[in-house]
Design a protein around this ligand. Sequence first.
Ligand SMILES: C[S@@+](CC[C@H](N)C(=O)[O-])C[C@H]1O[C@@H](n2cnc3c(N)ncnc32)[C@H](O)[C@@H]1O
Length: 304
Amino acid sequence: MTWHKIIFGDCRNMSEVPNESIHLVVTSPPYYNAPFDYPYLFKSYDDYLDLIRSVAKELKRVLAPGRIACFVTQDVRIEGKLYPICSDIIRIMIESGFKYRDRIIWKKPEGYIRISRRSGVIIQHPYPMYYYPDNIYEEIIIFQKGEFDYSYLKSLDSKILEESKVDIEVFNKEKWYLSVWEITNVLPLKGRPEEGIAAFPEEIPRRLIKLFSFKGETVLDPFLGSGTTTKVAKELGRNSYGYEIDLELKNVILEKVGYWQATLTGDIIKYKIREDTKRLRTFLQERVRMQRSVTNNKENSRDS
Ligand SMILES: C[S@@+](CC[C@H](N)C(=O)[O-])C[C@H]1O[C@@H](n2cnc3c(N)ncnc32)[C@H](O)[C@@H]1O
């Protein structure tokens, strides 16, 4: 039996989470003002970095000593300018006192990318200086709060330890041992519940939770989105906290985490709506639609 607390509010303040009570953080912050998910969500890139700084400070407070925080993210290109989100998160986390432990490339299958095919330019103009690669990866950046005390394993109940064992057959077969993970992304199908949320595939929190936490421990996702981390934590016998600012995602999250079936499984899922919650989805999707029609018009006029 596990418990899960979902808080609709701004994760700059995670006062519901006691100090050093979290064993693993798995999260994917908004991709700044990414045109197809979060157009104009932040006033400036500095505002965005301020958010990351505040969250890093809270993570330092809530994470237990020696434990891990994983960010799934990617640099983002807006109106031709590439914003170095990965490097900035690494710098901010180091400045906040974390150790930069690892970087994994999450490689998506070719053909599933939804952003424009920049590489087409060189096909039309097969000369030097016309090269723009199509992006098919994101990064999983992994940080650690100090050193982990491995004698902790001796203090664990032998059943918990056994149930937390990493399946080395799967580890080898799926090549978890490499710093490049090949995982299919959530397909951008129209009408799916995660539309416009930039959800990560369940396989990412699944691997991270199995690799960096023990059964019965507590996982936190400060940018919960559609609720993927909570869903997977529950399936793997971990407890969780999730923060999401957008109250319009409430039904998507509750559906995904099995809120209405929880009594059947014996899990406890509670949610709280704070005053600092916002309503973003409808407004952001309207902006995405406007953005798309501007892009299409530009492309049509270029074609004609
Ligand atoms: C990239 S999405 C996360 C997707 C998630 N990993 C999933 O699988 O569905 C980032 C989420 O962070 C939320 N968000 C943005 N600013 C926030 C804040 N200050 N506090 C809490 N959530 C925030 C957005 O509304 C969005 O749902």
